[in-house]
Design a protein around this ligand. Structure first.
Ligand code: PLP
Length: 449
């Protein structure tokens, strides 16, 4: 099919995720046809540097021959295996053991699903199941944050705190899910320094615990660094202090590492290595397979496993998917992890990430740029109408999209989120590519008045 036929068929038949019906009808999608490493090509052979890494996921870059071979070989060998209790397959067993080794502390148990949303959904059900098994049936409330994104299933979207994503046409679980302030220092109440802002957030959490009662709160769900809520690195010590409050109040700490795991910020998992937090549950997906195949995983502690697996012999965790522990996806994940290890990509992210942060900070001089923030290979530029007051552009102007379109003309893909431009490049990005990203994004912003 030629491009115009593809565009017509796209609009006629494929309802994409998060479709805004008005703009979707107006614009033709960028139809991608090929990828190699950090580069993408569209159907007219124009090439782009993919500074978004697909959707925070193509950590090792695309088009790797050994990934293709591993996947093809596993398809030949065993393309599918029933994952229910009396059957198993080698790639899933080996991957579960590998994840247990990489995960912090006593997180040694793995439940496989199909992506990030189902990993979060599983965590939600696991949290309730665990509290019920302990006889704590009233411990059902969940604390999360405004600005947090946790996925698109019913439970995951209920935990999500991004107001723009929670349109009123849907109903969400709202009586037992509570959203506290977003830990975004750039938007902190005026006059507070970072330490005061951190104290304010911790105090707010404590007040919520006092208000609901610790015996009613099952878990806290949080991304270590908020991703699609605007790449928000919380104030120093915030994650650790909230985790300590959770411990002190018998509240499970669920770290949603769907974006931050597998090297994005230079660690297998950011919770412990970057923030000194030992979660009870970690959800992950995306970089687990670098996007080669869909896979999610909910990792949890031996302590939780012991509670849910002992006692009533009729009890069982009634949750699972046809594709839990899919052998081909698990084989792809194992090869992906092997490549990250062999090419020392975590260390590379630490080194090149420091340069990326430093170079992006130069964009602050541009009249539109209010904030440049993030960590290593997870970065964001916030565009504002007024730098002094931090006033944002009206959403209707869709300034982030306007800028990303200008970047795209220059061969650079950056992700627009309302007035933000977000970047999460493959971990293989080098210094020259950093320079390219900063130059082209800077030009795209400069072109915007
Ligand atoms: N959790 C976080 C932190 C995410 O960023 C996402 C997706 O972007 C999800 C969960 C949902 O993952 P998926 O889209 O694979 O279902």
């Amino acid at each position: 099919m030629n491009d115009s036929k593809l565009w017509q068929a796209d609009k006629r038949h494929w309802m994409h995720p998060w479709t805004h019906f008005d703009s979707f009808q107006e614009e033709g999608s960028l139809i991608l046809s090929r990828a190699r490493g950090n580069r993408l090509w569209d159907s007219s052979s124009k090439s782009y540097f993919d500074a978004v890494g697909g959707l925070w996921c193509t950590n090792i870059g695309l088009g790797r021959e050994e990934m293709a071979e591993t996947i093809a070989e596993q398809v030949r060998q065993l393309a599918y295996a029933n994952p229910f209790v009396d059957m198993a397959n080698e790639p899933a067993i080996t991957l579960a053991a590998k994840l247990a080794k990489l995960a912090p502390g006593d997180i040694n148990r793995v439940f496989f699903s199909c992506g990030g949303s189902t990993a979060v959904d599983t965590a939600f059900r696991l949290v309730h199941f665990y509290q019920n098994c302990r006889g704590k049936r009233d411990k059902k409330h969940i604390i999360a944050r405004r600005g947090g994104y946790h996925g698109s299933t019913y439970a995951a979207m209920s935990i999500t705190g991004k107001s723009g994503d929670k349109i009123p046409e849907f109903d969400y679980i709202s009586d037992t899910i509570h959203h506290l302030s977003c830990p975004n220092f750039y938007r902190a109440p005026q006059g507070m320094d970072e330490q005061q802002f951190c104290d304010f957030l911790v105090e707010e959490f404590q007040q919520k615990v006092d208000e609901l009662g610790a015996d009613k709160i099952a878990a806290f769900f949080a991304e270590p660094i908020l991703g699609s809520g605007g790449v928000i690195v919380p104030p120093a010590d915030y994650n650790r202090r909230i985790w300590e409050l959770c411990r002190a109040n018998d509240i499970l700490y669920v770290a949603d590492e769907v974006v931050t795991a597998f090297g994005r910020v230079g660690h297998w998992f950011a919770s412990e290595d970057m923030f000194g937090v030992q979660p009870d549950i970690i959800t992950c997906a995306k970089g687990l397979t670098s996007g080669y195949l869909p896979l999610g995983a909910t990792l949890f502690s031996d302590r939780i496993y012991e509670v849910i697996s002992t006692g009533d012999s009729d009890r069982y965790f009634a949750s699972g998917y046809t594709y839990s522990g899919h052998p081909v996806a698990c084989a792809a994940a194992l090869k992906n992890i092997e490549i990250i290890e062999r090419e020392n990509l975590l260390q590379r992210v630490v080194e090149v990430g420091a340069y990326f942060e430093e170079r992006l900070q130069t964009l602050r001089d541009l009249p539109l740029v209010g904030d440049v923030r993030g960590k290593r290979f997870m970065m964001c530029v916030e565009n504002v109408r007024n730098k002094a007051t931090r006033e944002v552009f009206p959403d209707s102007l869709n300034i982030g999209k306007w800028i990303s379109d200008r970047a795209e003309e220059r061969g650079l893909i950056v992700r627009p989120i309302v007035h933000l431009n977000v970047m999460s490049p493959p971990l293989t990005m080098d210094h020259e590519e950093v320079d390219f990203v900063v130059e082209k994004l800077g030009q795209a912003i400069e072109q915007t008045h």
